[in-house]
Design a protein around this ligand. Sequence first.
Ligand code: ARG
Length: 466
Amino acid sequence: MSKNTRKKPSVAAWSGRFSEPVSELVQRYTGSVTFDKRLAEHDIRGSLAHAHMLAACGVISKRDVAAIESGMRTILAEVRSGKFKWSIAAEDVHLNIERRLTALVGDAGKRLHTARSRNDQVATDVRLWLRDAIDALGLQLAALQSSLVGLAERHAGTVMPGFTHLQVAQPVTFGHHLMAYFEMFARDRERLADCRRRVNRLPLGAAALAGTSYPIDRAMVAEELGFDGVCENSLDAVSDRDFAIEFCAAAALVMTHISRLSEELVLWMSPRYRFIRLPDRFCTGSSIMPQKKNPDVPELARGKTGRVTGHLMALLMLMKSQPLAYNKDNQEDKEPLFDSVDTLADTLAIFTDMVAGVEVDERAMRAAAAEGFSTATDLADYLVKKGLPFRDAHEAVARAVRAAEARGCDLPELGLAELRRFSPLVGTDVFKVLTLEGSLASRNHVGGTAPARVRAAVKRARKALK
Ligand code: ARG
């Protein structure tokens, strides 16, 4: 027999039913305290609310509650100072705390679990924990949005090429481009807030699965813990983790947006673009190539998007086909959920700082916008305004572009006489629309790229962030 599977006496809370203890390996396999101990503070809050309710309903005495409160104060201090002795033999965070409580206060500790099961307890803990995490992430998203707004304001009039298919399409302002991300993160915040409404329901009272025969007051517990209401069906309350899945879906979308921004930062930093510089503190060098400065942070964020999306898949697969009600499968919800929150929190903090530190090479951006005939649409629109049907204008400009390409110059450099060969409607005023500034200024409507519109969007954003 291997060392891992050797029998060891167990002190499990449920050991009364069993004729032999579990092996060390099984203990390690089924135990969750190594990772669910981070629910400790929320577990204690939930237990105190439960104890208060039990006393109010006459199920336990006031003396018991006082003892539980004082024991929990000690435990909380031990947890916070790192002195609490977590034991895998006690399986999970709930039984570790209960065991310590009983050691501290005796029978009152043993009465705490009346009218409760770890099934409704753990569901409550995770919801409380996730609610706090969502609130913190919401603030972090807003901070990242602020960074974007600051950079957008500084570059409301900075010209860059806008791309479709990664080919130069039309000139845009860098500020406008950044504000696109502001919008994405605004929707992400909405999604988190919406998810929070469904997270914020109390499972306690469902007990193991069927409810409890004690005269409990679930609304009182919900109120003390700040829940908006109770889960209405006990079987559903202990078994579904859809709220965590929903959160991970929202988190995966945030990371997806981050990964798009990351990809752009990586491209823009490449010498082929040279649009931006990232502060050195977000880059690393190469151990062999002395000249290298690599955008490791955005690359890693791009990679971590796969990790968070993987957690979403893991939770979906975890839930799939589980019969009602609680199954131990659900213990596997925690690591993906915790890691999604941690990864997102770190990523958002880093990006908030990094975006604020982006330095822009305006000349390189402008030069790139001047290449690739980015004002061709403006020339077509100009001809339409002079009376030519759009399809004919498109055709005329396409021929002009071919001529310019053959000559290796941009459209305005063809000169008036040459441009008139493609349409006699071209007049001297054409050069106004062929400039980058003219093109930008003309897109002056809500959602457009004109510098004036970017400044207005920045103003709206600042107000929304307050
Ligand atoms: N550690 C368990 C979990 O995370 C707590 C609930 C255990 N319930 C049970 N009946 N074994 O899901």
